[in-house]
Ligand binder design. Structure first.
Ligand code: GLV
Ligand code: MN
Ligand code: MN
Length: 402
């Protein structure tokens, strides 16, 4: 099957006038999950759900020494179509390619679809893979709320899934010998190097912090300027301070989400909540950056007579992918491609979470726009096909011997 033919089967799901909206446990997610099950059955694969919402389609029943690929279906609001689904579609197509080549793997090979990787609905990045490896307490996860106040437990139950099944699965993790996630590149490094496929080496540490600014709601017309306790001012300063400190200290800091209370044109707001996303090359640099931003905001909040609280929503440590596996991926992909660059990334991935327990690596597919988490995220069909073949080469090599 050609890349485009399989891609078109999911392309309409969650597409809006402003990019994709594919929240975990939404109707769109359920349609994508059904599609995943149909792909497994079309290929005679064994379908497994781990109790946390993560799906696996196994070629050969799962047993020790398995090789896993895959990615996630969920998107950020207004996201691109490739971030996540490309790795799942490519996984199924790579299995097809191996079968067409007549490969008989010595190990089970699986395709995974991890749930809530973006953390766009419940706030914690890579929630599904964290639950799988036991990196988050199930009770805490089930109590996380989305923007409408719906808990993860309620969202799962609302879609007919059993929240009581949410739990770490060390047995499943122990049966995986390697995980290779294929992903659209979220930058232009491959485009600049003229290479369709690269191999991931490292992920920057990163995290998310909820910043709550509390002032005093009041009338926009009658409250004198010097009598105000306006949290919007402190929030606005926080956005500028985050940007400035990241430039000064060399990391990345973004405030991409905000909500104001009561959100009325003619009222000084009573409260503002903003979410800080910060990333840096190592843990000390990240702590230094977040500490500097926090100190600036605290100073300003005191001057504005606004209360300020900052809480960590999720953090992801620095990841160095397994060096022998990275080299195996480069070697296998070079069978067909002259240049296979090694790349580090500042984007988070389930591969980074799994890397705590399982040798993991990533393949990146060239993105000519370099844009991600936005509608113009792109990869050409030819590059996606090159990614599938590279993934098939990698899986063939990894599954060749026990
Ligand atoms: C996920 O794509 C992230 O890096 O936040
Ligand atoms: Mn992704
Ligand atoms: Mn993403």
């Amino acid at each position: 099957m050609r890349f485009r033919d399989l891609w078109e089967e999911i392309a309409p799901i969650g597409r809006t006038d402003h990019g994709y909206l594919r929240y975990a446990w939404s109707g769109e997610d359920m349609a994508l999950r059904e599609w995943f099950a149909a792909q497994a059955s079309r290929r005679g694969l064994f379908l497994e759900e781990d109790g946390n919402g993560n799906l696996f389609a196994w070629w050969g029943p799962r047993s020790g020494g398995a090789i896993l690929t895959g990615s996630h279906f969920d998107s950020v609001p207004g996201g691109g179509g490739y971030d996540g689904p490309l790795g799942i579609v490519s996984g199924f197509l790579a299995l097809d390619e191996l079968r067409a080549r007549g490969v008989r793997p010595a190990r089970p090979i699986g395709v995974a679809a991890f749930v809530e990787e973006e953390g766009s609905r419940f706030g914690v990045a890579c929630l599904g893979s964290r639950l799988l490896i036991g990196a988050i307490d199930p009770e805490r996860a089930l109590a996380l709320r989305d923007r409408d106040g719906i808990t993860l437990a309620e969202a799962m139950a609302g879609q007919g899934a059993d929240p009581s099944g949410v739990r770490p699965r060390p047995d499943l993790v122990a049966s995986i010998d390697a995980f290779v996630e294929l992903h659209v590149e979220q930058g232009r490094a491959l485009a600049e190097m003229g290479a369709p496929v690269g191999v991931g080496t490292d992920i920057w540490p990163h995290g998310r912090w909820r910043m709550v600014f509390t002032g005093e709601g009041n009338h926009a017309g009658t409250t004198p300027m010097d009598a105000r306790r306006d949290p919007m001012l402190t929030y606005a300063y926080a956005v500028l301070a985050a940007n400035k400190q990241a430039r000064l200290l060399g990391g990345h800091a973004t405030v991409g989400r905000v909500s104001a209370r009561p959100n009325a044109t003619n009222a000084v707001p009573a409260g503002v909540t903003g979410w800080l996303d910060a990333r840096a090359a190592d843990a000390d640099a990240l702590a230094g950056l977040v500490g500097a931003i926090r100190a600036k905001i605290e100073e300003r909040a005191a001057r504005d007579r606004v209360e300020f609280a900052m809480t960590e929503e999720s953090t992801s440590r620095a990841v160095r992918f397994d060096a022998p596996l990275v080299e195996s991926c480069v070697r296998a992909a070079r069978r067909r491609l002259p240049e296979v660059p090694r790349l580090a990334t500042a984007a988070g991935h389930d591969a980074g979470v799994l890397a705590r327990h399982v040798p993991a690596a990533m393949l990146f597919v060239r993105n000519p726009t370099g844009v991600s988490h936005a509608p113009s995220e792109h990869a050409t069909d030819a590059d996606c096909a090159a990614g599938v073949s590279a993934l098939a080469d990698v899986l063939e090599e990894l599954a060749a011997h026990r």
